[in-house]
Design a protein around this ligand. Structure first.
Ligand SMILES: C[S@@+](CC[C@H](N)C(=O)[O-])C[C@H]1O[C@@H](n2cnc3c(N)ncnc32)[C@H](O)[C@@H]1O
Length: 804
């Protein structure tokens, strides 16, 4: 890519950099395409990426056989997990048309899974083997064994009978007969036990009942509103993606279709060696050929008794069982099909570029489908920022589009010709992806605040570990309606994902017709306003005009401000960067009490210093007196503070604290040194408290870090104090029912459990439950299964404490 870029003549670069309209784009796309088509380097690159002859990601029988041999060796030495891995690798490269080889690999993997006690996974692999090769006696035998282990005795008996009929060897037939008798006997002893255990568990599927409307807004383009009032915590929208892509980082661990974590018996793409799926179901929806689609008539059927023939058919035609719970639909258009066949471009180009290609492919496919029908193809009208892109991105998008047009042309020929128009269409699609793609984030609960290794022996011996919530950014997707929600730094709706399905839920009461806005990332309380505005400008090319930015809010004033150093004055000293921005908005200041309930902001631990109401009153009082607005002057007493040296002193204190905490966590640190380091960290915290405003985010961060370190060295009682203090500040910066507070309360509850205080833990769990219900409704437990374990731990502790 860089080499191609360096070849572009400067005149063309200038032309591309000044292109702003779609007409300019058409002309620059055609000019660059003409230049590249006659350039030898481009032709070499294009061939390497798109020529199936040079494909590195295709199937390879020789490698599959080699991996199988190594897998067999590991299996025979009893290294079953290694064998499992090798068989999985072999399956990835084994050509699908060599059905016997693929069936053997599935069966060998099933045997490893069986040895590892992973019976459900083993059965799925046996199913895959018998579907590919229904006359495979060994596969039916293994299926019988695993069904017996899963206590599915009737199926096990049928499987054994099929194996018995298909097995040619007399010796093995005898062995099968003996095992059959054993299964029949154990069925009899199990039958009475099983009767009582059958209970079906219904899965509650929540669906949105709110009617939304897309409206035009004066300053943000289109936006979403509801036509009726919405109460807080309502599910207002759910949607499958228009197109989606898993990020490269998760290719080996997550399903390329539904994005759930891969089980150990993952299924590889049928045509190339890149994607892995959690099931045949996902494979087929992404465009692969499922084994069942290759089924043909089997003459051996006729040699078997009729009941066994029927049984075989029922097994091999049964719908594939899916490990994931959700059943997302791809709209019937295969996402990966056109990229398959082992060509390199899909594996090499960046994910967002592939996502743009998927958007174009989907529109081609939809157009094709609607031809000859009365249905018109749905068009996706997304905003883009091509004209505002920095020159680097404009040039990159041009080059990627030319490369991609060349690749897509291999699959779509005349439907996607190699012309300037196709190239400019792709450039627009890439800029649409940049503005409209949503990151698919799944939640993961992690042990403790840092990794287990860092926990050391101290915590390893504890029953209850502190819990944390980690967000995993799995990929990106375009949602037709989801992309119409505008951003607010004070959002009134919250988005989350189950598999690849988007859910949008209101987090407060919203009146009919009032804008429904989510956060594209930054939020009030998380960053100062200039940081938020900068990020939105850099990533999405717009100046944020949300209520959180357009009106003064107290959180933005205090988040990075200092404290007046004059004795007995607890005024606030604003940082110059805040002041610059706040000045622009002082006109709105009169509205403060209605936008932001100051009364709810009770100070943390030093009432006088942290009195936010006082702070806001100062701002209100002085908002038309320009001399008090000069940075570095206390808003209360007007005395001067050297903000530059205060900033330097706080950076130094933060640095000292971090060094001390790292030292404390070092396994080799002696108890004495650890005590000294803790006292260093506490001194650094005191310095921060004396120079920063009580609600400055740095203090919350420092208290949180201290709490983590104290947890790691097992001092849960002290950790509790700092964790609570940190949450106290965050509650002022966000609001007490914000999801950030929910996540912090998870930590707090875990620490309270570690101190055996079940009453406080139960109270905290109640509080966090309210927040998780608001943000995730009936999905809360599914997304955060550890909430349940937290509750169980608390209940267990309560029982233990009562028994004492
Ligand atoms: C994903 S789109 C949202 C829908 C868009 N308004 C439309 O008309 O299609 C993102 C674009 O909407 C506009 N937008 C969204 N939130 C905004 C905000 N808070 N302030 C200003 N513009 C905003 C910006 O132009 C941004 O690039």
């Amino acid at each position: 890519m860089e080499r191609l870029k360096s070849e572009v003549p400067s005149t063309l670069i200038r032309k591309i950099s000044s292109a702003t309209t779609e007409q300019d784009l058409l002309s620059t796309s055609s000019a660059l395409l003409d230049f590249f088509l006659s350039h030898p380097l481009f032709n070499t690159v294009a061939r390497e990426l798109a020529d199936p002859e040079l494909a590195l990601c295709g199937k390879n029988r020789a490698s599959a056989l080699d991996l199988k041999r190594k897998g067999n060796e590991s299996f025979s030495h009893g290294h079953f997990d290694k064998a499992l891995n090798l068989y999985s690798q072999a399956l990835r490269v084994a050509p699908m048309d060599d059905r016997d080889l693929v069936a053997t690999l599935y069966l060998n993997r099933a045997s490893s899974l069986f040895k590892m006690g992973l019976f459900t996974e083993c059965r799925r692999d046996c199913d895959r083997a018998v579907v590919l090769s229904p006359s495979y006696a060994k596969a039916w035998y293994r299926r019988a064994k695993v069904n017996a282990s899963l206590k599915s005795h009737n199926e096990a008996i049928n499987d054994m009978n099929v194996a018995l009929n298909l097995e040619p060897s007399i010796g093995l037939k005898r062995q099968i007969k003996e095992e059959l008798v054993l299964i029949v006997n154990s069925r009899q002893s199990c039958n009475s036990l099983r009767k009582a255990c059958h209970k079906s568990v219904g899965i509650h599927v929540e669906s949105p009942k709110i009617k939304l409307q897309c409206v035009s807004t004066p300053d943000k383009g289109r936006g979403m509103v509801s036509i009726s009032d919405i109460s807080d915590g309502s599910l207002i929208h759910s949607e499958e993606p228009y197109v989606v892509i898993l990020s490269k980082h998760y290719r080996e661990t997550h399903c390329h279709f539904c994005m759930n974590e891969l089980p150990v018996d993952s299924v590889p793409c049928s045509s190339c060696s890149v994607p892995l799926y959690c099931s045949q179901w996902c494979l087929e929806r992404a465009g692969g050929v499922g084994a069942k689609n290759l089924l043909s008539d089997y003459p051996f059927h006729e040699m078997l008794p009729t009941d066994l023939q029927r049984y075989i058919s029922s097994v091999i035609l049964a719908p594939d069982s899916r490990p994931g719970a959700a059943n997302p639909d791809s709209g019937g258009i295969a996402e990966h099909k056109h990229e398959c066949g082992g060509v390199n471009w899909f594996a090499v180009l960046p994910s967002e570029i592939i996502l743009a290609a998927r958007m174009i492919v989907k529109s081609i496919e939809q157009r094709k489908r609607s031809e000859g029908t009365t249905e018109s193809a749905k068009t996706l009208e997304l905003v883009h920022n091509f004209g505002k892109l920095p020159i680097e991105s404009k040039l990159d998008f041009h080059i990627y589009s030319i490369v991609l047009t060349h690749c897509l042309q291999q699959s779509y020929g005349a439907e996607f010709p190699l012309t300037g128009a196709s190239v400019s269409q792709l450039v627009i699609a890439m800029s649409q992806v940049k503005l409209n793609a949503m990151a698919i984030v799944h939640m993961k609960s992690t042990d403790a605040f840092w990794s287990m290794e860092q926990l050391g022996n101290l915590l390893r011996n504890k029953n209850t570990l502190t819990n944390n919530v980690e967000q995993v950014r799995l990929g990106q997707a375009i949602y037709s309606t989801g992309s119409l929600f505008n951003h607010s730094c004070r959002p009134n709706v919250h988005t989350y994902f189950l598999s690849r399905t988007l859910f949008v839920r209101s987090t407060e009461f919203v009146q009919a017709g009032f804008p429904l806005e989510l956060s594209y990332g930054p939020q009030v309380g998380q960053w100062s306003r200039d940081e938020r505005q900068q990020l939105l400008q850099d990533q999405y090319s717009f100046k944020c005009n949300c209520s959180g930015c357009a009106q003064l809010n107290v959180s933005d004033i205090v988040i990075s401000s200092f404290s007046c150093l004059e004795p007995n004055c607890f005024g606030i000293v604003l940082d110059d960067s805040i002041l610059k921005l706040e000045k622009l908005n002082f006109d709105c200041v009169q509205q403060v009490p209605t936008i932001f309930s100051l009364k709810s902001l009770v100070p943390v631990d030093k009432p006088e210093r942290g009195d936010i109401e006082k702070v806001a009153r100062c701002v209100l009082k002085h908002h038309d007196v320009s001399c008090t607005m000069v940075p570095g002057y206390c808003l209360n007493c007007g005395s001067h503070c050297d903000v530059k040296s205060l900033r330097l002193a706080s950076s130094k204190a933060i640095h000292h604290m971090e060094r001390a905490l790292i030292g404390m966590l070092d396994d080799t640190t002696s108890t004495e040194v650890r005590t000294n380091l803790l006292s260093d960290a506490l001194s650094a915290l005191d310095i921060l408290r004396s120079i920063l405003h009580a609600y400055n985010k740095e203090i919350a961060q420092a208290e949180d870090n201290l709490a983590k370190a104290l947890c790691l060295i097992g001092d849960f009682q002290s950790a509790l104090h700092y964790c609570e203090a940190s949450i106290g500040i965050l509650e002022k910066l966000y609001h007490p029912k914000h999801i950030v507070i929910g996540n912090e309360l998870v930590k707090l509850a875990s620490i309270q459990l570690c101190t055996s205080d079940h009453i406080s833990a139960l109270n905290t769990i109640d509080r966090l439950n309210v927040i998780f219900q608001l943000y995730y409704g009936s999905h809360a437990m599914r997304i955060f299964p550890y909430l349940d374990s937290l509750k169980k731990d608390a209940a267990k502790l309560a029982l233990e404490n009562c028994a004492l």
